[in-house]
Design a protein around this ligand. Structure first.
Ligand SMILES: Nc1ccn([C@@H]2O[C@H](COP(=O)(O)OP(=O)(O)OP(=O)(O)O)[C@@H](O)[C@H]2O)c(=O)n1
Ligand SMILES: C[C@](O)(CO)[C@H](O)COP(=O)(O)O
Length: 250
């Protein structure tokens, strides 16, 4: 699938790569996870709506399974207002998340200088969270990721599941998306990773391995990721809370 333009590119300095090409094996649904429906709306639709509501002239690249390119464009048509300041493209994903991000990065318009990478699997990340990450990337010129406290006691176990030690959680955080970076920093990290054949689980790890600095900002509970069926009631809760106007960001 080649890049599918929704509208022609205009000058834009913010780029968002929305990765939606995963299979969702742990969820076990009969559609790719980003197209799993919550109350009749595909998961990816929620992120498209939030991102294109941000008051920036931006370029959103949605990385989707090739089989779902047309469905993705239909969702964009339904969600994006005629007067939107956002350009939207759809490109095909790769076998691993980092490959999908790389394909998305390659499709960004030439005027993009700040890039956010977001999981479609985190449909209720708020506009405020996006803005917090953007502001901190522009303030620091470095990578920025949302982080939340680890609430469980952590143990290191051996292969047989026997506890070996308790891990000090005071310096540990759980990280979310959107993750933001200066474009050149993220591109360099992805090209280095390609050379070394590394398999990271997030973009911040690639940037760090490439010698970059990554800061954290406050994450939020509602940026919860759909991974397994047990996450569905959590997302249902945030969907209902948003509809009722209840603030469940903290
Ligand atoms: N080859 C891939 C793998 C993942 N993703 C995206 O990366 C995000 C986070 O990935 P994850 O939750 O691990 O999704 P899956 O890979 O689909 O899940 P699983 O490992 O259960 O198959 C998701 O929005 C997913 O669509 C992607 O675009 N391309
Ligand atoms: C990118 C991510 O969502 C940050 O928490 C996460 O690393 C994705 O990891 P997964 O194991 O592929 O779900």
């Amino acid at each position: 699938m080649s890049s599918t333009e929704h509208t022609p590119h205009t000058m834009a300095s913010l780029g968002v790569v929305l990765v939606a090409a995963g299979r969702g094996e742990r969820l076990g649904a009969d559609v790719p996870k980003a197209f799993y429906e919550l109350h009749g709306r595909a998961l990816v639709e929620f992120s498209i709506a939030v991102i294109t509501s941000l008051p920036h002239a931006g370029h959103l690249v949605i990385v989707a399974p090739e089989s779902h390119a047309a469905a993705t464009l239909s969702i964009v048509d339904a969600v994006l207002p005629e007067t939107s300041s956002w350009d939207v493209s759809v490109v095909a994903g790769g076998r691993e998340r980092h490959e999908s991000v790389r394909f998305g990065l390659a499709a960004l318009g030439e005027h993009v200088d700040t890039v956010l990478v977001h999981d479609a699997a985190r449909p209720f990340a708020s506009a405020e969270l996006f803005e917090r990450v953007i502001a901190e990337v522009r303030r620091t010129g470095a990578g920025v990721i949302p982080a939340i406290a680890v609430v469980d006691t952590l143990k290191r176990v051996d292969e047989a599941g026997v506890v070996r030690e308790t891990v000090d959680r005071s310096t540990l955080v759980a990280v979310q998306t959107p993750q933001g970076f200066p474009r050149d920093v993220l591109e360099s990290a992805h090209s280095t990773a390609q050379l070394h054949g590394e398999l990271p689980t997030d973009d911040a790890e690639l940037v760090q391995r490439d010698g970059g600095t990554v800061h954290t900002v406050a994450g939020e509970l509602q940026a919860h990721k759909l991974t397994s069926p047990g996450d569905l009631p959590v997302l249902e809760h945030f969907l209902a809370a948003n509809a009722a106007g209840i603030d469940s960001r903290a």
